[in-house]
Design a protein around this ligand. Structure first.
Ligand SMILES: C[S@@+](CC[C@H](N)C(=O)[O-])C[C@H]1O[C@@H](n2cnc3c(N)ncnc32)[C@H](O)[C@@H]1O
Ligand code: SF4
Length: 452
């Protein structure tokens, strides 16, 4: 590709984005409130206090377990998740030991001794990179520490190349109900341009194996805005995905996080094509959601559509967005327990060392006030397209239309939200940019700060 043409495209794209005031780079997706950059080491003693407090009254409450598996065959150019591509089988083995030891540490606390999980999520990195033997050791070990009798949903993230029938069978036998497969795009050129290791044929092979083994819900991840993607490649990919009839399809808008190869290539003028700006990504996502609706799917959040909303729930997301407790295990994982956020250290060596010393591998924390808990649930529920007035009245004794009157006025005027006695809803245009709107509901000191 002609480098001169690349640069002029990039300049045009940057100018377009200045006009819409949205930087091409940085974070977009909001996974919680307050932003991680507000969490501190100074708040860690509160975590230790909480863990020593008996939680008998919370025994029947929902509890999630998140386990981070930070290994990939190779880092994709755009990815911001913590993951290592240079680890050996022995390193992975040692990591599984550490995860099980960390789970035991929590089990021995007064706060978690009697609690059992209602949903589980193995995220990455690439959990499917573990061998069938390691999968069995990890899941059995975890179930020994935190029995799964009450688990309604257990998700396991997979990448196409590492999926095998033997691993899938093991997952099914061990209680995994939901598979999430990173497809991203069904075009070999686009996959290669973004540093993916898999090709379309690997997706086809993984898909056959997944269907043969059979899971309650299979989700396929796609991304709009990938380098080299065009309207034509995306709509062909989506048509093929719809033809496969997965229970759930998730479409992310490409973020260009700092410190990724994609960010560096963008700034070096080394991309073969200017990256899509946010207007393009939103329009593509909007067309994608419309195509899914046309095919009988129901839009359940800003990014996902399901074939049958009554049967194909996403417990992990729904429960978290309603304030459920979540215990995050593994390097960099974050937790939310009784209104307290805490996150593990984000370097693998430090994580392993602390766990081996019998210490909680914690890095930072944040204790939410009641009002911040309300804000957290309100903004997270907006990502599902609706914040129900009755729910907030019952949970917090608050009238959300009053509490957030000012930002609601502004965002309804812009056509992104509607408000009535039932609550707050996003319009479709609002839903396509919802993560961008959320900081309008934050107090001033949390607005405009770094996300991580
Ligand atoms: C941890 S990965 C999923 C499993 C597996 N590692 C894979 O990539 O196939 C979670 C998902 O995050 C999405 N993702 C990662 N980086 C992203 C980015 N910069 N912008 C948008 N989505 C991203 C991808 O769709 C990916 O499937
Ligand atoms: S997108 Fe998935 S496979 Fe690629 S680096 Fe991120 S976690 Fe690894």
């Amino acid at each position: 590709v002609n480098a001169g043409a690349t640069n002029s495209h990039q300049i045009a794209a940057a100018a377009a984005c200045l006009a819409c005031d949205e930087p091409l780079e940085g974070n977009y997706f909001v996974s919680t409130y307050p932003p991680f950059s507000a969490w501190t080491r100074a708040a860690l003693p509160e975590v230790h206090r909480l863990l020593q407090a008996p939680a008998a009254a919370r025994q029947d409450e929902p509890l999630g377990l998140y386990v981070h598996v930070p290994f990939c065959v190779k880092r994709c150019d755009y990815c911001y998740y913590l993951s290592y591509a240079d680890k050996s089988a022995a390193d992975i083995d040692a990591y599984v030991d550490a995860v099980l030891a960390e789970a035991q540490l929590y089990r021995r606390t007064a706060a978690l001794a009697e609690r059992t999980p209602t949903f589980v999520y193995f995220g990455g990195g690439t959990p499917s990179l573990l061998s069938a033997r390691e999968i069995e050791r990890l899941l059995r070990g975890l179930q020994h520490v935190f029995p799964w009798a009450r688990v309604q949903e257990a998700t396991f993230e997979c990448a196409p190349q590492s999926v095998t029938q033997a691993k899938l069978r093991r997952l099914r036998e061990l209680g995994v109900t939901r598979i999430s497969l990173g497809v991203q795009e069904l075009d070999d050129d686009v996959l290669r341009l973004n540093g993916r290791v898999h090709l379309v044929r690997h997706v086809e092979r993984a898909w056959e194996a997944i269907r043969r083994v059979g899971f309650d819900v299979v989700n396929l991840d796609l991304i709009v805005g990938l380098v080299g993607q065009t309207e034509a490649t995306f709509s062909r990919s989506l048509d093929r995905v719809i033809g496969m009839q997965p229970e759930c399809v998730t479409i992310y808008q490409l973020e260009i996080p700092l410190n990724t190869p994609l960010y560096r290539a963008l700034h070096a003028g080394a991309l073969p094509q200017a990256p899509a700006n946010w207007d393009i990504k939103r329009a593509r996502l909007g067309r994608g959601l419309a195509a899914l609706e046309q095919a009988g799917y129901t839009v359940r959040s800003a990014y996902a559509a399901v074939r049958d909303p009554r049967r194909h729930r996403f417990v992990y997301q729904d429960e978290q967005y309603r304030g459920a407790d979540l215990l995050g295990i593994g390097v960099a994982s974050f937790s939310y327990l009784a209104g307290l956020h805490f996150q593990n250290v984000t370097a693998l060596d430090a994580y392993l060392t602390l766990v081996r010393q019998g210490q909680f591998p914690l890095g930072r924390a944040y204790a939410l006030t009641d009002d911040e808990r309300l804000t957290r649930e309100f903004v997270l529920q907006l990502k599902l397209g609706v914040a129900d007035a009755a729910y907030f009245h019952a949970s917090f004794g608050t009238d959300i239309s009053q509490r957030f009157a000012e930002p609601l006025r502004e965002l309804t005027q812009r056509g992104w939200l509607t408000v009535d006695a039932g609550g707050v809803r996003t319009t479709r245009e609002g839903l396509l940019r919802v993560d961008r709107l959320l900081s309008a509901f934050y107090p001033a000191h949390h607005r405009g700060i770094r996300y991580t």
